[in-house]
Design a protein around this ligand. Structure first.
Ligand SMILES: NC(=O)c1ccc[n+]([C@@H]2O[C@H](COP(=O)([O-])OP(=O)(O)OC[C@H]3O[C@@H](n4cnc5c(N)ncnc54)[C@H](O)[C@@H]3O)[C@@H](O)[C@H]2O)c1
Length: 360
């Protein structure tokens, strides 16, 4: 198969797990590495593509501590705290300066230092690197920068994957822009493989099928990553909270009281995320039921596995000349897709696509 040439924007924790994951899975494909099991990695092939077909050809960040470094070094640079599970060889991909159009959050000042040298034109840098797909992994709240990168991706003829909580794939106008350019768009806001949103939705769906009426619920996250620190700033956290709340609310065909989002930063948790889920409802004869669940996971690997599938799905769309928002890939991998559907249906349709029986 041809290579899948991707550019990554935002060399933080999620990027670290993704890049490590590429080399972890490449070793496994060769029969090397500690485990033969495909844990958390259900699809060795998507549309004929293996993970070893993915190459990172360009990388962008705004932190002086990452710019100019080889990507293999930048992913382990502070303030990243992602779990280190795989050594990565030198890649010959230097991190380029991106555009910090939204500045940085108040709580990140002193942790991230902005580079004040001029940034290259992003579309030119994407073209020069030969990228065909750009993966947006910048922090929540960076709305202007996310839209700028999407615009530059169109200029450079790249597909775009939006993992951050900014409205792009779920926005009709942006959908039209990518359709017009004949370029695929997937998003918005990555949905972890084993994170609180996917559990919450799956439990609500199961309760609904048993005709249990949900009245109130919450899903509150605490973590120790820069993304959680950033979320302390209410304004930057608004969209993240809204995306998660909407995603959970859309699970049921009626309204109920729901609060969801990141509520605190605890530095000692590092890249751990602790989520508290609570659901209250009524079943037979109006009897009350209350459910409490606590989920503890490592944030970065939780998103990286899903991205392996999404990247290959988007590449298939590129090969097929499909432009505009991708329904199935987005519903499978993101909290707020252009066409929301139940988790089971999104999984079933993505699996059918993997087997070549479903359109994107
Ligand atoms: N499990 C997951 O990792 C997961 C799940 C769902 C959504 N997401 C989303 O993915 C994104 C990345 O998450 P993360 O945990 O890696 O965050 P992070 O804070 O660890 O990394 C963000 C990186 O982006 C860089 N950055 C900031 N502004 C930039 C700009 N304008 N241009 C280029 N680089 C910029 C930062 O310096 C940092 O290196 C967030 O939006 C998050 O909400 C991640």
């Amino acid at each position: 198969m041809p290579e899948i040439k991707i550019a990554i924007i935002g060399i933080g924790n999620c990027c670290s797990a993704f890049v490590q994951g590429l080399y972890y899975l490449k070793a496994k494909e060769k029969g090397e590495g500690p485990s033969k099991e495909n844990l958390g990695f259900p699809y060795p092939e998507v549309g004929g593509y293996k993970v070893s077909d993915i190459s990172v050809v360009a990388a962008f960040d705004i932190d002086v501590n990452k710019i100019g470094k080889d990507l293999s070094e930048a992913i382990f640079s502070e303030p990243n705290t992602a779990w280190r599970f795989q050594e990565v060889p030198e890649l010959g991909v230097k991190v380029l300066k991106g555009k910090a159009l939204d500045g940085i959050g108040d709580h990140l000042k002193g942790i991230i230092q902005l580079d004040d040298s001029p940034a290259p034109e992003i579309s030119r840098a994407l073209k020069d690197a030969g990228a065909e797909l750009a993966l947006n992994l910048i922090p929540s709240g960076a709305v202007k920068a996310s839209r700028h990168y999407a615009k530059e991706a169109i200029k450079a003829g790249c597909a775009f994957i939006n993992a951050t909580p900014v409205t792009l794939a779920s926005d009709k106008e942006w959908g039209r822009r990518f359709s017009k350019a004949g370029l695929p768009l997937a998003g918005d806001d990555l949905m972890d493989q084993a994170g609180s949103t996917v559990f919450h939705k799956a439990i609500l769906e199961a309760l609904h099928r048993r005709n249990i009426r949900i009245e109130k619920s919450y899903s509150l996250d605490v973590g120790g990553g820069t993304e959680d620190l950033n979320a302390l700033e209410r304004q930057r956290n608004l969209l993240k909270r809204r995306f998660k709340t909407e995603s959970i609310r859309a699970t049921l065909p009626y309204n109920f009281q729901i609060a969801a989002g990141t509520t605190d930063y605890v530095g000692s948790l590092k890249n751990k995320r602790v989520s508290y889920l609570w659901i209250e409802g009524r079943y037979f004869a109006g009897a009350p039921i209350s459910i409490d669940i606590k989920v503890t996971s490592l944030d970065a690997p939780n998103g990286a596995g899903v991205l392996m599938d999404v990247v290959r799905g988007v590449k298939v769309a590129l090969d097929q000349g499909l432009g505009g928002p991708l329904e199935v890939v987005s519903a499978y991998g993101f909290k707020v897709p252009p066409s929301p559907m139940p988790i089971q249906e999104a999984m079933r349709r993505f699996e059918a696509f993997v087997k070549g029986k479903e359109a994107l």
